[in-house]
Each structure stands twice: as C-alpha cells, then as structure tokens.
Design a protein around this ligand. Structure first.
Ligand code: MTE
Length: 325
C-alpha cells in the first residue's frame, strides 16, 4: 500500500494476443458453472485481441438475487472499480492489475479447506458456486489509504462455506491464503511482500452475516484484477482484509500473522476495523475520498466501522480499539 517499487519496462506483459486456450478454458468453466455467456459476439469474429479478452471477461452471472443491502448508495462506476485496484501480485500501481492480470487464468481452481475442521476438503470453484444462493450486496469499501468505493458485489455469506467444513472447538481464527504463482503473477517474483498474501479473521467476524465470499461484481463474474475467481469482502474493515484469488482457508487456534502485519506492524493491525479515531501513523483516517466522484469532490467523513456499527460493534465489546487496530 505504501511501499514504493520501481517499475521496469521489461516487466510488462507484452502479449497482445490472447492464446486460444485461455479463451477456451474460460468458456468451459463458464459452461460448467452454469453461467450465461454474453460475450459471444466479440469473440465470434475470431479476433483474439485484448478487446475480445476484455469482452470475454465480462460474463453475466445468472441466478443471483438482488438484496436491499446498500441499495440507496450511489455506485462507483464499473470503470473505476476495475481499473483502480490494489493487487500487488500484479504490480503496485493502481492501474497495473487491470493490465497485468488480463491473461491470468482463474480456472481450473481448487480451494483447500483445512486445519481445525471435521471436514477438511479440496473444493472446486464450480462446487463453491453451489454452496449457497448467490446474492448481490452493495457495500461501501474503505481503503486504508484514504479512498473509498461503493461496489455491488455478488457472493454468498462466508458462514455458509464455514458450516460445510464443520469447524472444531479449536477453530478460533480463519486464515485466508491467496495464490502466489510466479508464472502467472509477475510480481510474486519480487519480494515486495511476504508471499503468499495472507489475511485473517476471528471466527465470530468470519461468521458475521455481513462477511461474504465474492465471486462477482456488477452482476458479472469477478474480473481478474478484483480477485477472480473468489475473494473475501469484509465491509467494516479496511480493504486490505479482502484477500483475492483465495486458494486456502485454514482454521486455527492462534491469531494468524497477516501479510500487512508482517510488512508494517505499527501501521497495519490484525483487526483493521475502519476507525476514524485511530489515524494511520502517516496520515489521517477521519475522512475519505470517494473514487469516481471527480477531482474536486469534497472528502467525506469516515464513519466508525465504515457505517456498519449497528451490525458489528457488539463483536468488539470491551476491547480497546485503539490498541487493537
Ligand atoms: N489480495 C491479494 N492477494 N493481494 C493484494 O495485494 N490487496 C488488498 C486487498 N486484497 C491485495 C489483496 C488491498 S490493500 C485492497 S485495498 C483490496 O484488495 C483492493 O480490492 P479492489 O482492488 O477489488 O478494490
């Protein structure tokens, strides 16, 4: 987030042609997952250009319910949600992931569920789609860097996935581990962070109905740069909690060390609750800039728990949230 890395021209992905297997594999996955493919027109021309790939990536998700969560919020435009990203495996610049993750293949995909559970398992992304009915959740997202967005996610409560694994009494925390594949994620070769990207939640935070596993946004499959095929979304915490491209979910009795805690223990805590009263050591957290609102849009006041206090404040009763940042 606040690490500066020099970008070399030779690091860029030079492919301008989408190899047919990328296209075909993605199509197979969409068929298996029972999702409707809307991008046929762009690819029917036979031109496997970047534009075609971009079009292929925009696939409608069939069969999710609209929810009332956040329905009164003004959405951040799709363009901004998908081109202003933090995803260090694909670069540290905000625009990098949209380009560098273009050829990333989120299929086939298997998630390992392990640790303190009765039913440890390897579960395919196709089966994850069947765990619970998909819903739209419009959430305000607040980044620790001081900007925010309103995103219509498509996903399902993480609690439903957890219940399938039958956690034991030793499951006090859940650790989320992202893919770290040097071949498909160019920046994993660079030690900017301690790979793989790892995040964690306390069990009751993970089970809270607001916590979701997102598989899509704006009614479409999750774009690569936003964490395809599956990422965590915890709207009352700073955005870095939302591990992308998750391959492992591990239940433990000890608080996991997360990537950002290791990178800057004084700056990024385990809890990472949005708290306007606790400044980041290098900047204020009392206000935020809404992305997509234009250069001159005024900063808005940041709310405790990002405005979700009613649903989550009770999780932290008796805790000093200045210490447990
Ligand atoms: N997950 C992985 N694997 N790698 C990352 O670099 N960045 C985090 C989080 N998840 C990150 C990640 C940070 S700092 C933020 S703010 C959010 O993803 C950004 O999500 P978005 O790009 O979909 O808005």
């Amino acid at each position: 987030m606040a690490l500066i890395v020099t970008r070399r021209a030779s690091d860029s992905l030079s492919s301008e042609i989408t190899p047919p297997h990328v296209f075909h594999n993605r199509r197979d996955f969409i068929k298996t997952a029972g999702l409707s493919l809307l991008a046929g027109a762009a690819t029917a021309s036979g031109l496997f250009s970047i534009n075609a790939e971009a079009a292929v990536q925009r696939q409608k998700i069939a069969g999710f319910s609209k929810s009332s969560y956040g329905a009164d919020e003004k959405l951040t435009p799709y363009e901004d949600v998908t081109t202003y990203n933090n995803y260090y495996e694909f670069g540290t610049g905000k625009n990098d992931p949209a380009h560098e993750a273009l050829l990333f293949k989120p299929t086939p995909w298997t998630v390992s569920i392990e640790g303190a559970v009765k039913k440890a398992k390897q579960i395919s992304i196709e089966d994850i789609f069947k765990i619970a009915p998909l819903q739209e959740r419009i959430y305000r997202m607040r980044c620790v860097e001081g900007w925010s967005m309103v995103i219509p996610w498509v996903g399902f409560p993480l609690a439903d996935l957890i219940k399938c694994a039958e956690p034991t009494g030793n499951a006090k925390y859940v650790e989320f581990i992202s893919l770290a594949d040097e071949r498909s994620m160019p920046r994993v070769r660079v030690p900017i962070l301690d790979w793989p990207y790892t995040e964690g939640l306390r069990m009751d935070e993970a089970m809270n109905p607001l916590t979701i596993m997102a598989v899509g946004l704006y009614g479409e499959m999750l774009p690569n740069q936003n964490g395809a095929p599956m990422r965590l979304v915890v709207p009352w915490k700073y955005g870095f909690k939302g591990a992308k491209a998750i391959v492992k979910i591990r239940f433990t009795d000890k608080m996991p060390q997360t990537t950002w805690m290791k990178a800057g223990p004084n700056e990024y805590g385990f809890y990472a609750n949005v708290n306007p009263e606790v400044d980041h050591p290098r900047w204020t957290q009392s206000s935020e800039r809404r992305i997509g609102g234009g250069l001159f849009s005024p900063r808005i006041k940041t709310k405790m728990f990002n405005g979700y206090a009613e649903q989550v404040a009770q999780l932290y009763t008796g805790m000093d949230l200045r210490k447990n940042y």
